[in-house]
Write a protein that binds this ligand. Structure first.
Ligand SMILES: C[S@@+](CC[C@H](N)C(=O)[O-])C[C@H]1O[C@@H](n2cnc3c(N)ncnc32)[C@H](O)[C@@H]1O
Length: 203
């Protein structure tokens, strides 16, 4: 679903970049165990800042970033071509930008060690289909690492203006388990409206 313009503007601010870099990515990567130089995917990469932060933390062999929105894609291309000062050590040649839909990923089964996603599922009507795709493209024992908004208990937040898709903690956990994931970490925060999750595909 296309984002409303205020959200697009918010995502392009320094504030959003700071939050990803200093708070969200470090917190979601906490206690994560991955092979050396993992092959990774980020879904809904927005302007590409998340890709730079993940690359700085994990030094992946390859990081593929998917977003279906053309303007966001263009922004990401520019950011990766001219990374901000703090990301100058990132080998951007290891990052591939791809336009695509999370519910129909064009990658073979079992391709990735880890799939990341930062605040994207609540933009996808068919979010259980996106979770099924993540499961398909992960290697056995691969891990789905994400942070997400839980707005099921507050439908007002997910109103028509923002075009957000409301689901709650129970619905999200049930879909992860029904898809086949073992939920290793599920940390709800901000009075239960946000969560940090590690869900592993059985080995
Ligand atoms: C709230 S933004 C988050 C962007 C970035 N991850 C961040 O944290 O700044 C959601 C992103 O998901 C993308 N998106 C929404 N639905 C998608 C879909 N079905 N497939 C791929 N990307 C999608 C949007 O274009 C947007 O860039």
């Amino acid at each position: 679903m296309r984002m409303r313009w205020p959200e697009r503007c918010l995502l392009s601010t320094r504030w959003r970049g700071w939050l990803l870099r200093k708070v969200e990515v470090p917190r979601v990567l906490e206690s994560l165990h991955l092979p050396h130089q993992p092959v990774c995917l980020e879904i809904g990469c927005g302007n590409g800042i998340g890709a730079l932060v993940v690359s700085q933390w994990l030094r992946p062999a390859r990081l593929t970033c998917v977003d279906y929105d053309a303007p966001m894609h263009d922004k990401a291309r520019k950011v990766l071509a001219h990374p901000p000062q703090w990301a100058r050590d990132v080998e951007t040649s290891r990052i591939d930008l791809v336009r695509g839909d999370a519910t129909r990923l064009a990658f073979p089964d079992g391709r990735f060690d880890a799939v990341f996603l930062f605040g994207v599922l609540h933009h996808i009507h068919q979010w259980p289909a996106a979770i099924a795709q993540v499961y398909r493209v992960l290697k056995p024992a691969g891990v789905f690492v994400f942070e997400e908004a839980l707005m099921g208990s507050s439908r007002v937040l997910a109103n028509h203006f923002w075009r957000h898709v409301p689901f709650d903690r129970e619905e999200l956990q049930a879909v992860l388990r029904e898809t086949g994931f073992n939920v290793e970490r599920f940390e709800a925060t901000l009075a239960g409206i946000w969560c940090f999750v590690h869900a592993r595909k059985p080995g």
